[in-house]
Design a protein around this ligand. Structure first.
Ligand code: ZN
Length: 199
C-alpha cells in the first residue's frame, strides 16, 4: 500500500499537541475507514476557524470581530484589567472565578530566546490602554513559571509607569504550574487572594 496523500495526512495531523507518529497514523486510518463524513466536517470547521478567527484589536484574545464580546460588553468593569498569557488561561479564569473585569492577552510569555519580547507581547498596546486612565487595578495572572514570573515583573513595571496598582495571583497556585491545569477551586482562591505588588 502506498499513498502519498495518506502520508501527507499523517504528517499534517502531527501538528496537534500530544499527537506523535503512531497516533497520527491511527487517526488517519480511522477516518478513512470509518468516518469520512466526520473528517469532512472537521476539515471544513478547521478551515473556517483558521480563516475567520482573528484577534481582538483591544485585548488580543481570539475573536471573529475586531472588538471581542468581553471588551464590547458594558457589563464588564473597565477599572479591572486581568493580564493572562493565552486565551485558554483567560477561559480558565473566566470559568473558575466570578471576575467581572476585562482582560488583556499577551499571546505568549517573555522568552527572549524564542523571540518573545515586549513587542511580541503587545506591551505597547497595554501601555496605551493604561494611559486611557480607566484601569485602576492591573491583575497579573501570568503562570508561576520562571518565564511567567519574568513577564509579571515586566507587567508590574508597565503598571508603575502608568501609576496603576498591580496585583498578582498569590495563594495556592503551585510553582511551575499552569493556570489551564489548576483546578477551579484553587484558581478561584488564588484569584481572590491576589496581592499588591510593591514596586
Ligand atoms: Zn477584546
Amino acid at each position: 500500500m502506498s499513498s502519498p496523500l495518506l502520508n501527507e495526512l499523517i504528517d499534517a495531523l502531527r501538528c496537534l499537541p500530544g499527537v506523535g507518529a503512531k497516533t497520527a497514523q491511527r487517526m488517519a486510518f480511522h477516518v478513512l475507514e470509518r468516518d469520512r463524513a466526520g473528517a469532512s466536517r472537521l476539515a471544513d470547521r478547521l478551515a473556517a476557524a483558521v480563516e475567520r478567527i482573528g484577534n481582538c484589536t483591544r485585548c488580543r484574545t481570539f475573536s471573529e470581530d475586531a472588538i471581542c464580546a468581553t471588551c464590547a460588553s458594558p457589563q464588564r468593569d473597565a477599572s479591572l484589567l486581568c493580564v493572562v498569557e493565552t486565551p485558554v488561561d483567560q477561559l480558565a479564569v473566566e470559568q473558575a472565578t466570578g471576575y467581572r473585569g476585562r482582560y488583556f492577552v499577551l499571546l505568549g510569555r517573555l522568552s527572549p530566546l524564542d523571540g518573545m519580547g515586549p513587542k511580541e507581547l503587545g506591551i505597547d498596546l497595554l501601555a496605551a490602554r493604561l494611559a486611557e486612565n480607566e484601569v485602576r487595578e492591573l491583575i497579573i495572572a501570568t503562570n508561576p513559571t520562571v518565564e511567567g514570573e519574568a513577564t509579571a515583573h515586566l507587567l508590574s513595571q508597565v503598571a508603575r509607569a502608568a501609576n496603576v496598582r498591580a496585583t498578582r495571583l498569590a495563594h495556592g497556585v503551585p510553582l511551575g504550574g499552569e493556570l489551564e491545569f489548576i483546578d477551579r477551586g484553587t484558581l478561584a482562591h488564588a484569584f481572590g487572594g491576589r496581592q499588591l505588588i510593591e514596586n
